[in-house]
Design a protein around this ligand. Structure first.
Ligand SMILES: Cc1ncc(COP(=O)(O)O)c(C=O)c1O
Length: 387
């Protein structure tokens, strides 16, 4: 009897079959919606993380990630963590207590790199620019002339301000001064050019949920020969066990070809299926075509905003196409507009810290960077502002 009552209560509370999550058009700063092929891959039969089939999936994923990062670096894997975990892997492996590190800060995510570097024990020197601006590469040169550093770290696409930081020039400067360079390409990879080998980037970390087009939960990273040599020269093991590169590559493999795979952690098998499918989609489309699609979606959106009388916050000289930052007009309430949009199933993001209440951040990433999706969003935004 009691059992029956519990069942009825459960059905009333949850719906039977259980209610599905709401359908949302995800125009925030990520996650973005994913292609149905990626959703289907998530539901594929599970195998074990050391199954021969899965070892093949790992190799395929590594090979495709190399193509997307435009690198021949063997050490290119999806970390079992979100973007922050990949970035922390880079900093905790490359930095040791007492090392000098120069960090470029143009917003919230640059500050995080500085914080992570300091927690790795490095002495952090920050080169900063105002919110919405980017750092002129010569400023890194001036900083390194004052005192050398082991590492220069910076964010390529600053999601908190929509700014697109020049990177190749900074890489050239860093190397000329004997420093390594690491970049956060969480928001850039798959949306705008990221050329790891051509630019000479030593380490880079990204995420699965933005322009790559997979659910959140994985962080693609790549390490080049100079970075690996620095890891080999460490005075002591990194203080992290989970993110220790040496241990990780006993599982992912130190080199191509047949090899022993030692258990490190239980890889998120379904997430890696989904990432592999998303990478296939990226490569089927072609990186150049994908960058052009993000550019075209941005142009269409910017034109639409102009018709609505809305202004973009980030100067046109270094505006990211995949992350559009809109100034909230005077007299318009941030939260009310976002709530109205959400009632229609549309998510956009607000601002962080000093930009809270002043801006909206609109991601046009991966699956959402199409004319149809842009028009859907513009229509809903016009409605929400009308009230
Ligand atoms: C530029 C940048 N870096 C790092 C992160 C952190 O990534 P995650 O939230 O996947 O840990 C984000 C997240 O939006 C980001 O935009």
């Amino acid at each position: 009897m009691l059992d029956m009552a519990a069942k009825v209560l459960h059905r009333e509370l949850t719906g039977d079959p259980p209610a599905l999550p709401p359908q949302r058009a995800l125009f925030g700063a990520g996650p973005a919606n994913v292609d149905p092929r990626v959703s289907r891959a998530l539901a594929a039969p599970l195998v074990g993380h050391l199954d021969p089939y899965f070892l093949q999936v790992m190799d395929e994923t590594m090979a495709m990630l190399r193509q997307v990062f435009r690198t021949t670096n063997h050490h290119t894997i999806p970390m079992s963590a979100t973007g922050s975990g990949g970035l922390e892997t880079i900093l905790l492996n490359l930095l040791e207590p007492g090392d000098e590190c120069v960090v470029g800060v143009i917003g919230f995510f640059g500050q995080r790199l500085a914080e992570m570097s300091a927690r790795a024990g490095a002495t952090v020197r920050v080169v900063e620019a105002a919110l919405g601006e980017v750092i002129a590469p010569e400023r890194f040169e001036a900083e390194l002339q004052k005192k050398p550093a082991k590492l220069v770290a910076l964010v390529h696409a600053e999601t908190s301000t929509g700014a697109w930081q020049p990177v190749p020039e900074v890489a050239e400067i860093a190397h000329r001064h004997g420093a390594l360079i690491a970049i956060d390409c969480v928001t850039s990879l798959g949306g705008v050019p990221v050329e790891i080998d051509q630019w000479g980037i030593d380490a880079a970390g990204s995420c699965s949920q933005k322009c790559i087009g997979s659910p959140p939960g994985l962080s693609p990273v790549t390490f080049g020969p100079r970075a690996l040599a620095a890891v080999r020269r460490r005075r002591a093991k990194p203080t992290t066990w989970y993110f220790d590169l040496n241990a990780l590559f006993q599982y992912w493999g130190e080199s191509d070809g047949p090899r022993e795979r030692a258990f490190h952690h239980t890889a998120p098998v379904a997430s890696i299926y989904a990432l592999r499918e998303a990478l296939r989609l990226v490569l089927e489309e072609g990186l150049e075509a994908r960058w052009a699609r993000h550019g075209a979606a941005h142009e269409r959106f910017a034109d639409g905003l102009q018709r609505l009388g809305l202004e973009l916050f980030t100067p046109a000289t270094h505006r990211l196409p995949q992350l559009n930052v809109i100034r909230i007009p005077k007299g318009v309430d941030d939260a009310t507009v976002r709530r109205r949009l959400l009632e229609r199933g549309i998510e956009i993001a607000g601002g962080f810290g000093p930009l809270k209440g002043m801006i909206w951040r609109v991601g046009l990433m991966g699956y959402n960077a199409t004319p149809e999706r842009v028009d859907l969003l513009l229509g809903a935004l016009a409605e929400a502002l009308k009230h």
